[in-house]
Design a protein around this ligand. Structure first.
Ligand SMILES: Nc1ncnc2c1ncn2[C@@H]1O[C@H](COP(=O)(O)OP(=O)(O)OP(=O)(O)O)[C@@H](O)[C@H]1O
Ligand SMILES: [Mg+2]
Length: 257
């Protein structure tokens, strides 16, 4: 079982779009895949046509008091798109709960995942912050995908996620690997700024990772599909962005074998 998270503390860079489409494409390739929505905004949950209302969620199997804590296998919702553990507004309590007992707290996500059985891939959609949720997920993950947009501000923010990853590598998860930077919302009309690409390549080299060969192009279909609560493959299978995500998933699994 490979545990892969999609992380960047910057908001709105395509984490959820990448997590949802990666998980659903893996499913369509007959890889048994679980998506975990670790964001209190619950955007992945919504797109996967799951819900936190009246259902047990990531909160219940991870952060609830021990008497009320559920087994993660009981918190999986099986939708037409695939299996998901839903996000929940209650995840806002994570910082406070984990801070009470940081070491056990940061291990608790990993302990929870150890009860899972029968999946080839677990894909985790992270919140836009470098707090206790992200740290707990990094402790439990084999690999991180970092989506980036090709602008200067996006590159400036990379040092922050890098420091967080380094801290986890130096402490609780020495085997954590950065699968790569995934260039998202790439606009073919405005040629990719060569300076920015060169800077990103340099950062990737310094961090001993790489930029995925596949870029994810920008398209209105990608935006519309989220609003329609459909994955791109369902909503617009022949759109450029859907094609790019399929190519990306092929590249990802080739490298993670
Ligand atoms: N390739 C793309 N083409 C066009 N729009 C895109 C593309 N990828 C993402 N978007 C749009 O950008 C917005 C932000 O994407 P998304 O929600 O995936 O980002 P996020 O990093 O998960 O955000 P947050 O930090 O709030 O969790 C959404 O409206 C989404 O539809
Ligand atoms: Mg998101």
């Amino acid at each position: 079982m490979k545990i892969i998270c999609v992380a960047n503390q910057k908001g709105g860079v395509g984490k959820t779009t990448t997590a949802v489409n990666t998980a659903s494409i893996l499913n369509s390739m007959k890889k048994r895949t679980l998506l975990i929505d670790a964001d209190q905004q619950a955007n992945s949950t919504d797109t996967y046509r799951a819900t936190y209302e009246g259902e047990v969620t990531l909160y219940d199997c991870w952060l609830a008091e021990s008497d009320d804590r559920e087994d993660i296998n009981n918190c999986i919702q099986h939708t037409e798109i695939g299996d998901i553990v839903a996000g929940d507004p209650l995840l806002r309590e994570a910082e406070h709960k984990i801070a009470k007992d940081p070491i056990t707290g940061l291990m608790s996500f990993k302990n929870m995942l150890s009860k899972l059985d029968g999946y080839d891939y677990v894909i985790i959609d992270c919140p836009p912050a470098v707090g206790a949720i992200l740290q707990s997920i990094l402790v439990a993950s084999d690999e991180v995908i970092i989506p980036v947009t090709a602008d200067r501000y996006s590159l400036q923010g990379l040092s922050q996620i890098w420091e967080t990853i380094q801290n986890i590598r130096n402490g609780m998860n020495a085997n954590l690997k950065i699968a790569g930077f995934l260039l998202v919302r790439y606009n073919t009309r405005t040629n990719l700024n060569k300076d920015i690409y060169a800077a990103l390549e340099q950062i990737a080299k310094n961090l001993e990772t790489r930029i995925f060969k596949t870029y994810i192009r920008e398209s209105t279909k990608a935006r519309e599909s989220l609003a329609a609560r459909e994955t791109l493959i369902e909503y617009a299978p022949s759109s450029t962005t859907a094609e790019d995500y399929v190519a990306f998933v092929r590249e990802l699994i080739k490298n993670t074998k």
